[in-house]
Write a protein that binds this ligand. Structure first.
Ligand SMILES: [Zn+2]
Length: 383
């Protein structure tokens, strides 16, 4: 079976000076219109207790320079602001925040009958034309939108959202349970463990080192009563830190992409715990393992890849006692009997010896298969 999906292609851009100026202007205008519209909404609400329905168009008379940038970029700001508002009211996420310069410099535009297009070595964008680009693979299908961004170290990227056809992957008749490891990244119900990439740890040490140097340079500039923006050494080091950070992010993403794809390819039902990562990050012991291993990014990837490739991802309730249950006989330990530091244990009921994480992943698989069956039977029942 084939499916039509939206896939993002991230492409490195090499804009010339003129194009860089255009991008800087676009980032500035979209940030300005976001902050302006948000501020006016807040002020209007304070006075009237009603929501102000403002649009970017109404600001173009007063701020003529808004006309210099792609109007779709401004329209998308309005759209994003609306989404942020409804998320706040419906899902209780944080109230929309004001944007600061240099933080996530980006804007989004849409393809209107070929206004966004690619050649072998360029990407064409509205109002700015062809930009030199490094296209990693062929971008096939209809381009829907393009998000242009600049990283803190000064690299430019465009993320192209493309309508693509994917083929479902063949069924393997193999199922797997996944537990979030403490020392390993994940532990699987087949007894295997996947470690965090070791070079990631090395880069993290490097990051810590460079951040220390940055802090020193900040202190020196302060002692000399110089502005940070005037301190060349500080600015140079700031870019160095940003580069290491971006490298870590890229390597981690690449690792998670490959791992999630292989799990989806090799198994039909994939069972994971639906962890409350926010709550767990507050727990200091676990915080490093979890934030480093990017559990939520990983589960997001598993989620959409399962959908693309015709596999089933089952999330187990976070209160399910996957660690404390003996996967052999079902005996349940008390919390006191299995503190976090105990990595292996013997079942007092059936005497089976368990690796804490492997046992948990087997329980996750069994519970996942039980839930998947209920779902399938329920679905056929309805048909
Ligand atoms: Zn047992």
């Amino acid at each position: 079976m084939t499916k039509q999906i939206l896939k993002a292609h991230k492409v490195r851009l090499y804009p010339n000076e003129e194009q860089q100026v255009f991008f800087a202007k676009s980032f500035g205008c979209t940030r300005f219109i976001w902050n302006k519209m948000l501020n006016d909404k807040i002020e209007h609400y304070k006075k009237t207790k009603t929501e102000l329905k403002n649009t970017p168009a109404q600001y173009k008379k007063e701020f003529e320079w808004l006309k210099d940038v792609d109007s779709l970029a401004l329209a998308n700001v309005q759209q994003n602001l609306r989404t942020a508002y409804s998320k706040f009211f419906k899902q209780g996420t944080g109230f929309p925040k004001f944007k600061k310069k240099g933080q996530r410099d980006s804007y989004t535009t849409n393809n209107q009958k070929g206004t966004v297009a690619v050649t072998n070595n360029t990407v064409k964008l509205p109002k700015v034309g062809h930009i030199k680009a490094r296209l990693p693979s062929k971008v096939n299908g209809l381009i829907k939108s393009a998000t242009i961004s600049r990283t803190p170290s000064g690299k430019y990227y465009v993320s192209l959202l493309v309508e693509t056809i994917v083929n479902e992957l063949p069924k393997t008749h193999s199922n797997i349970g996944i537990d979030l490891g403490l020392t390993d990244f994940i532990v699987l119900s087949d007894g295997s463990k996947v470690a965090n990439p070791t070079f990631l740890a090395k880069l993290q040490h490097k990051l810590a080192r460079e951040q220390k140097i940055l802090a020193k340079r900040r202190a020196v500039a302060k002692a000399d009563q110089r502005k940070l923006s005037d301190s060349r050494n500080y600015q140079k080091q700031k870019i160095k830190v940003a580069k290491v950070y971006e490298k870590i992010t890229n390597i981690r993403k690449d690792f998670l992409h490959k791992l999630s794809f292989n799990l989806i390819k090799n198994h039909d039902v994939i069972a994971i715990e639906d962890l409350n990562v926010k709550g767990m990050v507050k727990n200091r012991k676990l915080s490093k393992a979890i934030s480093d291993s990017s559990w939520s990014t990983f589960t997001t990837m598993l989620n959409y890849k399962a959908e693309w490739y015709g596999k089933t991802l089952v999330k187990i309730d976070r209160w399910y006692p996957s660690s404390k249950t003996c996967s052999g006989c079902g005996h349940l330990l008390t919390k006191a009997e299995l503190p976090l530091q105990v990595r292996s244990w013997n079942c007092p009921s059936c005497q089976q010896k368990h690796d804490r994480d492997i046992n948990a992943s087997i329980n996750i698989l069994n519970e996942g298969l039980r839930l998947a069956t209920i779902k399938t039977v329920g679905a056929t029942g309805l048909a």
